[in-house]
Design a protein around this ligand. Structure first.
Ligand SMILES: *Cc1c(COP(=O)(O)O)cnc(C)c1O
Length: 395
């Protein structure tokens, strides 16, 4: 069994993929070929925003978004410690300071009530209000928020955008996992000043290498990101108006994405069906597991289907059992970012973000992709259930 089955999808669209790839080989415009603009236009329309800017990865998309906002040393950027390293890495790369804010236990996403507290803590330079990194004499300036739509479920943008507006902050949506999701009738990637997604192969819409995209309705931010992405170009290629990066999306990857996007809306439906079947099977099995819930108005794209075990030992037992049955599982994320060596200088304590700390010990993810069959899901849940039965017998 595959954790993410990309082969079945490829089989479905193999002809279209080959046709699109051959077209690039024929025209030879490998950099900024017509496939890139075509993809940008299609995805902008799907998401419902004015500008889509293809780029080299989800990480570079986040970097470009922060550079467009002029982020630098002394800036505090609020984000979650329960995410992939890239979210906070780009903050550090620009010399700014990540200020972590714990997650909501029901959604795994940044907790808006705690953002409010963290902003107040930064503004008053008072870590007794909320845990803060050491400021080393420089006063931090609250600049922006990066919520992450973890596992494909959008964060609570109405609350987050209201807080940002009140305090004059920008919001960058880390939608690396949520392209295709919905929040109160709007699509993920349209929920903040700028949204950033990733086309890493394992994401809901993935290419066959690295790729990403920024989305915005703001003309000025779009111009800035288009400049940053091509070495800070000004009026022409050899006029450099600012420091930028080499952040373009390959024409070949865009060609592949154009083929994949044709069936993407259908795959979103299939993912939802698979997730709901998991929820039902797990509920019926009466396993001692917390399954993911989606509240009214939210629609996840299920980049991951993640469960909470009772504790670390329970999780280890479950994962061992799955492995013995040839069923892959994974842990996202075993170490929250505030505990990573890379962020040692922020001097956070493990207990500063108790929900993230607790969940990193209990969470695990099951195989999830649009082509997972009901019989396979039954086998997976049956295997989880057998662990419970055994541990109960041993009591
Ligand atoms: C995958 C991911 C990224 C980075 O995307 P890449 O395309 O791999 O650079 C950023 N944030 C989150 C939450 C991710 O899952």
């Amino acid at each position: 069994m595959q954790f993410i089955d990309l082969a079945t999808q490829q089989k479905r669209i193999r002809q279209k993929l080959e046709k699109n790839i051959m077209a690039v080989l024929d025209h030879g415009k490998y950099i900024m070929g017509p496939e890139v603009a075509q993809l940008e236009q299609r995805l902008a329309e799907y998401v419902g925003v004015k500008h889509a800017i293809g780029c080299s990865s989800g990480t570079d998309a986040l970097l470009m978004a922060l550079m467009a906002h002029g982020v630098g040393p002394g800036d505090a950027i609020f984000t979650t410690p329960f995410t992939f390293i890239a979210t906070a890495e780009v903050i550090g790369l620009l010399g700014a300071t990540p200020v972590f804010v714990d997650i909501d236990p029901d959604t795994f996403n940044i907790n808006p009530d705690l953002i409010e507290k963290a902003i107040t803590a930064v503004k008053n330079n008072d870590p007794s209000i909320y845990p803060l990194p050491p400021t080393n004499g420089i006063e931090l300036k609250a600049r922006g928020i990066i919520p992450v739509d973890l596992f494909g479920l959008p964060a609570d943008y109405d609350s987050i955008n209201a807080i940002a507006k009140e305090h004059g902050l920008f919001v960058v949506e880390d939608a690396a996992q949520s392209f295709g999701a919905e929040y109160k009738g709007r699509k993920a990637c349209s929920l903040a000043n700028i949204a950033c997604t990733s086309f890493f192969p394992a994401k809901p819409l993935g290419c066959y290498g690295d790729g990403g995209m920024c989305f915005t309705d703001n003309d000025e931010l779009a111009d800035l990101m288009n400049s940053v992405k091509i070495h800070g170009k000004g009026t022409h290629k050899y006029d450099n108006a600012r420091i930028g990066i080499n952040g373009r999306l390959d024409a070949l990857q865009a060609a592949i994405l154009n083929a994949k996007f044709d069936i993407f809306p259908e795959e979103v439906e299939l993912r939802d069906k698979v997730a709901l079947q998991y929820n039902q099977l797990i509920e019926d099995s009466e396993c001692d597991l917390v399954s993911p819930q989606t509240m009214e108005g939210y629609r996840s794209v299920w980049a991951q289907y993640s469960l909470l075990a009772k504790d670390e030992n329970h999780r280890a037992t479950l994962q061992d059992k799955l492995k013995n049955e040839g069923i892959p599982s994974a842990i996202y994320y075993p170490k929250p970012l505030h505990m990573q060596t890379a962020f040692e200088s922020l001097a956070y304590k493990p207990s500063n973000f108790p929900v993230s700390q607790d969940f990193s010990r209990r969470i695990f993810s099951l195989p999830m992709h649009p082509y997972l069959e009901k019989a396979q899901q039954e086998e997976i849940v049956q295997t989880l259930k057998s662990v419970m039965a055994k541990s109960e017998r041993s009591l």
